[in-house]
Design a protein around this ligand. Sequence first.
Ligand code: LMR
Length: 346
Amino acid sequence: MFAARKILSDIPRFTWRYMVARTFKVAIVGAGGGIGQPLSLLLRQSPGITELALHDLHGTKGLAADHSHICTRCQVSGYEGEGELETAVSKSDVVVVAAGMPRLPGMERDHLMAANGNVAIKVTNAISVACPHALVAFITNPINMIVPAAAEILKAAGTFSPERLFGITTLDVVRSKTFIAEHMQISPDTVNIPVIGGHAGKTILPLISQCQPHFKGNASDIEKLTCRIQEAGTEVVKAKAGKGSATLSMAFAGAKFVDSLLRALNGEEGLVECAYVASDLTDAPFFASPVELGKQGIKRYLDLPNLSESEKHALKKLLPVLQQNAIEGQLFARNSTAERIKKLSN
Ligand code: LMR
């Protein structure tokens, strides 16, 4: 527990000013969308990236032309359509997947599986052929099901490494830092807090008892903040009134997470991020928790932090939900593979 606290407090701030020994190719799938576009702009400023491949069904050639006028050394190229997907991700060190539909008001993230599950599976198949050693980070919702589905596809292809597959849950940490800082009237930069579980409603569990600096507030403040963090995605969906979900904050969070992956690939030590990954920390096969990053992806799973009584209770309630989400994701992938094989044999 103490070690986890120490490392969390040592996380460097998100800044693009650092030295790199190596540079990398990063591919963004879904680069033309509301998250993909700002994500590409943030990532091209990273000293760790010299090649940025933008893939989407259409529009990325124009985005690449637009990018090409920016005076940083990163080379950006655009790839369009399913036919160019493998070329886009080929030889990537990191692939970030933001492709898919956003939520509309009244929808839960789970409702997106029918639309986004197949997208994630196509992308995972392409990754498994064209860059099987890449670190793969999903933004596409529902994260709680998409990551188990992707794992299933990679397992069937013989290219699954648990330490290289991530669901990005950084936005839950970013929101926790922001809302807690507002409450405590301090700078969000100074707040560190682990967020565990998953990335939907009550499966998002911010461990306010472990907040640094120590949280100042009563039980009712904790309950209100926890609820706001859990419903923050829906807050944006409602505010956008039918025009999608969080894009800018998600791009910021995605860029922060990819920055940590790249720093770790470059040999920087002690980088800890919370992410939704294959895990045996709890009874759920996929679980978001703090992991230390290294040159191969996950270097070490940190132990679960100490939990307050109410956090223990919330964890007990969310685990069956995550177990069920994982089963649904895995079944979706198996059915989709069976259908693909049937089509090929007809
Ligand atoms: C978020 O947390 O903002 C995203 O997962 C998008 C959504 O549907 O809420």
